[in-house]
Design a protein around this ligand. Structure first.
Ligand SMILES: Cc1ncc(C[n+]2csc(CCOP(=O)(O)OP(=O)(O)O)c2C)c(N)n1
Length: 616
């Protein structure tokens, strides 16, 4: 029996010898590689924290202490060791384990996540709750150097330094976000790793801290004073963290299990805030992932997804390069996602006009407003789910001031295996009420390219373009020109029912119309193209000559485009129904499966339409 097979509960790790724990680390690594090669998933980050996870479980009691993983994509070793190894092969599959920590999934996942940079804030909350309720558990945040670039992490740090209570922040520094990490903080971390003065300090601090737990409080305070003094006299640059009131310790090698365990034992009972700087390697132990950590960040094994042509992301990528060649004022902004959003090609052709701002969506949007008012034409490429972070920046900085920026919102709609943290469910509902903002939803790659061209030409106000993950459905329609905002495309002219489909849902509606035709029902299909301003005249006119109206969108129903049409036609006697995402978080599974789940596949759409026509 392998050692991993013998681990039924996290406490079993403590009973192992250090040699057995090292073997356990190897087994975990192998299990993750085996499973992810079948399921896909976040490979490189998880391989990078195997020793760290084993060390954490050797030193902390996860039944009592609060271990909070930031982003959570690196939690696979944690899942394996905290009672989920039997189900590990189901990770990210329909009905299986989530790819992220999830409170409902395990009592050991104390804080769910998927979006980055939340762990310090959550940890500070847990710590203060502990202090106010008089309990004694330790609180630990494990955060990557990429996630540390997110504004929220600094907000949490700021509060923690002020409170001065026990929280151990483990900074898992592999010098990588998804792509190489960027920014001044990243440079600061490199300095901490490479500057020998810090290494000397490290030795001194180890020596001092190593004796601390056995000493009384007064001696402890004196020892702290000594190390603080050492810092002042021997070490010139103070760390950013010390200045925040958070004691910096490190760097420590993150794959030396014995050393790491020893260090954790020493620091776990320091009463105030501590940041332990751990150096790891993304993809550790799997050569291809070590060599190409970006490529192996998220591994996909899905057979080629259904649909036609290229993906929306690659169409966007191509369009950006073409636009960049035509107009040198066009600049591209990403929040740490150059590859995912398709900006890498633009970055290599126009390095000076490409800005990766780190995991900083709020900054990205406001920064783009500054770029725009400074005479440039910024395109901020961002996943719909991550734009949620920057809603106020869209409202307050971009729209109110009519900044001519373009928001390219990829992954609008259901994303599939990443699940509820990543579905782009809310962008339409969040952005429709924002004045001065245009919002378009191209149904095909060809239209995305044209819409982007139209969007960068607007001289006033922000324009959001939302498009889904993957390819367009397999419906061949001639690519039409982009109509002016407030005008859409009538794709099918029928008699009985009007189906209004947003983005690729217009194509699903065309497929549904084919099915309806077989049943003797004649359906019109209208693609609004622009959700804001909506094609009011065309829709009112079409409404007056149909017996029923069905709106279809791959976004939240509440406050979505369908609801907008409902209120627009509130005086009309034509029955209207809206299809979209219900008022619940959607699970993780293959995107097509999820679309069927929520009734957004052509057959389900046709069924609802047929029932409406029959007056049911
Ligand atoms: C708010 C937000 N923006 C973007 C992402 C996409 N994303 C997922 S992981 C990641 C990089 C995280 O880097 P780091 O924290 O250093 O962890 P590592 O994978 O290197 O262990 C990014 C940008 C996200 N999860 N959340």
């Amino acid at each position: 029996m392998s050692i991993l097979d013998g681990i039924d509960k996290p406490k079993d790790v403590i009973a192992l010898t250090i040699e057995q724990r090292m073997d356990l680390a190897d087994e975990i690594r192998q299990r993750i590689i085996d499973v992810v090669s079948h399921t896909g998933g976040h490979l490189a980050s998880s391989l990078g924290v195997v020793e760290l996870t084993v060390a954490l479980l050797s030193v902390f009691d996860p039944g009592v202490d609060r271990i909070i993983w930031d982003v959570g994509h690196q939690s696979y070793p944690w899942k394996l060791l905290t009672g989920r190894k039997e189900r590990f092969h189901t990770i990210r599959q329909s009905g299986g384990l989530s790819g992220f920590p999830k409170r409902e999934e395990s009592p050991y996942d104390v804080f769910g996540t998927g979006h980055s940079s939340t762990s310090i804030s959550a940890a500070v909350g847990f710590a203060l709750a502990r202090d106010l309720t008089g309990s004694t558990e330790r609180v630990v945040s494990v955060i990557g150097d990429g996630a540390m670039t997110g504004g929220m992490a600094l907000e949490g740090l700021n509060h923690l330094g002020h409170l001065g209570t026990q929280v151990l922040i483990i900074l898992n520094d592999n010098e990588m976000s998804i792509s190489p990490n960027v920014g001044a903080l990243s440079k600061h971390l490199t300095r901490l790793i490479t500057d020998p003065r810090y290494n000397r300090l490290k030795t001194d601090v180890w020596n001092a801290l190593g004796r601390l737990p056995s000493l009384g409080e007064r001696v402890r305070i004196a020892a702290h004073a000594v190390t603080a003094g050492l810092k002042k006299t021997l070490v010139t640059p103070a760390t950013l963290f010390d200045d925040f009131g958070v004691r910096y310790i490190g760097p420590v090698p993150g794959h030396d299990l014995a050393a790491l365990t020893g260090v954790l034992l020493r620091v776990r009972d320091i009463p105030g805030p501590v940041l332990l700087h751990v150096q790891t390697r993304k993809g550790k132990g799997f050569e291809p992932a070590e060599k190409d950590a970006t490529g192996y960040h998220g591994v996909s094994v899905s057979p080629s997804r259904p649909g036609v042509g290229e993906s929306f992301t690659s169409a966007f990528s191509r369009a950006m390069v073409d636009l960049g060649r035509e107009d040198e004022r066009i600049v591209a902004v990403t929040a740490a996602m150059p590859d995912g959003t398709g900006l890498s090609e633009f970055a290599s052709e126009f390095p000076k006009r490409f800005m990766d701002v780190g995991i900083a969506e709020q900054h990205a949007v406001t920064f783009a407003c500054g770029l725009a008012f400074g005479g440039l034409k910024p395109v901020v490429a961002i996943y719909s789910t991550f734009l949620q972070r920057a809603l106020d920046q869209v409202i307050h900085d971009a729209a109110l001031q009519k900044a001519p920026i373009v928001l390219a919102l990829d992954r609008g709609g259901l994303v599939g295996e990443d699940g509820p943290t990543h579905h782009g469910a809310f962008d339409i509902s969040l952005l429709l009420p924002v004045p001065n903002l245009r919002m378009g939803a191209p149904r095909s790659c060809g239209m995305l390219v044209k819409m982007l061209g139209a969007a960068v030409a607007f001289e006033e106000g922000p324009t959001a373009i939302r498009y889904p993950r993957g390819r367009a459905p397999d419906v061949v329609l001639e690519t039409m020109d982009i109509p002016p905002p407030g005008t859409g495309h009538l794709l099918r002219d029928g008699r009985d029912i009007l189906m209004i489909g947003v983005g690729v849902m217009a194509l699903a509606a065309v497929q549904a119309a084919d099915l309806l035709e077989e049943a003797g029902i004649s359906a019109s299909v209208f693609d609004p193209v622009w959700l804001k301003p909506a094609p009011v005249e065309q829709i009112t006119d079409l409404a007056s000559r149909h017996r029923a109206i069905l709106t279809i969108e791959e976004g939240s129903l509440e406050g979505g485009f369908g609801h907008h049409i409902l209120s627009l036609l509130s005086d009309s006697s034509v029955p209207i129904r809206c299809l979209g995402l219900p008022d619940s978080y959607q699970r993780h599974a293959d995107r097509q499966e999820l679309l069927t789940d929520v009734g957004l596949d052509p057959a389900s759409i046709a069924n609802v339409a047929a029932a409406m026509v029959k007056g049911e």
